[in-house]
Design a protein around this ligand. Structure first.
Ligand code: FES
Ligand code: FE2
Length: 470
């Protein structure tokens, strides 16, 4: 394992060697070409090119900190869109529930029958008390204030001193429901009773996910860490939507990551990115040892170099992919021999509008969600989940959510292994409050985006504009 000191010196030396060569686009190998030499067939959707000219106007800075803009988002975005509330595995048995909160809205997501999940506004119909907090298991929904009680299906079960409420009709006092549906093990909710189906909302994403090897509904949550961050939810989200920042923010990754080789596709509402690994950044040129990027990546992922590999004739990506396959096979007992190299080593990350990053990959499957924290546009909650494949007979229970305080570092979370991954997150999160402050003090009315590498961010804002102008 690498010590903190070694990581610090790696980062420092990578920073001191930084020189931003002015490469032309033609000198940068495309993901299309990189995937051509992979050792397994590549999911065909990754060969698609889907870019659009979206203009190049600046994005007004106020949308990152104005209270008025936040209030509009609550009314026109959060109350209208499908949003990931929890995982099905968080509520496996009848009566299991999770409270999902967004801005100052709160919803109880509860399993009401073995094959049915319901969602209710988390508010008592008597005097408004929240019915549930956090997560747990219950046989009914009983308000802690005066004891009004509902059955799990939302029908009114009991009112203490019923004689005093002649005016209350049981049928009118069912718990109001929120729409709920599932996809790939994620439970989504929607506050809008007239919303389109989740299937429609997800557009081509379910079709894309059919091409990846390990469906996320067959995985388990190996890690769930959450933190309140002093930045707008969009600032945090956008830090995960491009690899353009790797060069300056995570220079130690350039030895094993093709930062500016990354590919960005945009579709109707959603988009994806492929950030290739086990190759050297074009900034560093070609490595002397062709397998050096694979070895650097194995170090980054904490994979033992002694793993038995036939490296002869394998290119760096195939070599690293095989190392990750064998490593996961040892740890999880899952046969990954047919899984493509790209799913083993690259960051293939789908943006599901408005606030989720969902990764179908096997090697480093981070799932991210960003939401406003209460009604304060300067704060958000970020959730990070790792969904790993498991052999069915032996699925471990989902990891409990670990909340980090604002002082805690991600590299100090022992479950985030290896430490270098935590360091990358710390580097990202160190930027976020500074971006929030910088935006407020800026003399410039908006932010300026790269045409290609930041096209998903522009696209996200255009879709957001559509919601807010409705
Ligand atoms: S507020 Fe819930 S029973 Fe009174
Ligand atoms: Fe980053």
């Amino acid at each position: 394992m690498t010590s903190s000191k070694e990581i610090d010196s790696k980062v420092a030396s990578a920073k001191s060697n930084l020189s931003s060569k002015n490469l032309s686009r033609e000198e940068i190998e495309t993901v299309q070409d990189i995937l051509k030499t992979d050792s397994r067939p590549v999911p065909p959707v990754l060969k698609q090119e889907s870019t659009k000219n979206l203009g190049n106007l600046d994005i007004p800075k106020e949308r990152y900190f104005s209270q008025e803009y936040h209030d509009q988002e609550v009314e026109k975005l959060w109350k209208k869109v499908w949003q990931w509330a929890c995982r099905e595995e968080n509520i496996p048995n009848v009566g299991d529930y999770v409270v999902y909160e967004i801005a100052d809205l709160s919803v109880i997501v509860i399993r009401t029958k073995p094959n049915k999940i319901s969602a209710f506004y988390n508010s008592c119909l008597h005097r408004g008390m929240q019915l549930c907090v956090g997560e747990g298991k219950t046989s009914n929904l009983r308000c802690p204030y005066h004891g009004w009680t509902w059955k799990l299906d939302g029908t009114l079960a009991h009112i203490p001193c019923r004689w005093d409420f002649e005016h209350v009709n049981d049928n009118d006092f069912r718990l109001p429901e929120v729409k709920v549906d599932t996809w790939q093990g994620f439970v989504f909710i929607n506050f809008d009773p007239n919303c389109e189906s989740l299937e429609n909302y997800l557009e081509n994403i379910p079709e894309h996910f059919q091409q990846f090897a390990f469906p996320l509904e067959k995985r388990f949550t190996a890690l769930h860490v959450a933190q309140v961050i002093n930045t707008n939810w969009k600032v945090a989200l956008e830090a995960m939507m491009e690899a353009y920042h790797i060069f300056a923010t995570h220079p130690q990754m350039l030895k094993h990551a093709g930062d500016i080789n990354s590919k960005y596709n945009i579709y109707g509402r959603h988009s994806y990115m492929v950030f290739p690994s086990a190759m050297q950044s074009p900034y560093l040129g070609k490595p002397q040892d062709p397998q050096a990027p694979a070895k650097a990546m194995m170090d980054y992922m904490g994979i033992d170099r002694d793993i038995k590999l036939t490296s002869k004739g394998m290119n760096s990506r195939a070599y690293a992919a095989e190392a990750v396959r064998q490593n996961l096979n040892q740890h999880l007992g899952v046969d990954l021999s047919d899984v493509s190299d790209t799913e083993m080593i690259d960051a293939i990350s789908y943006f599901v509008f408005p606030n989720s990053i969902i990764m179908p990959v096997v090697g480093q499957p981070a799932q991210l969600r960003f939401r406003p924290y209460g009604n304060n546009p300067d704060f958000c909650i970020m959730d990070l989940l790792t969904l790993l494949p498991s052999s069915l007979e032996n699925t471990p229970p989902p990891a409990k959510t670990r909340w980090l305080t604002s002082e805690e570092k991600w590299s100090d979370v022992p479950e985030i292994q290896p430490e270098e991954v935590g360091v990358v997150l710390d580097q990202d999160f160190a930027n976020l409050p500074l971006i929030q402050k910088g935006l407020k003090t800026s003399a410039k009315p908006g932010i300026t985006l790269a045409n290609y590498q930041e096209s998903r961010i522009r696209h996200f804002h255009l879709v957001l504009d559509k919601y807010l102008s409705d």
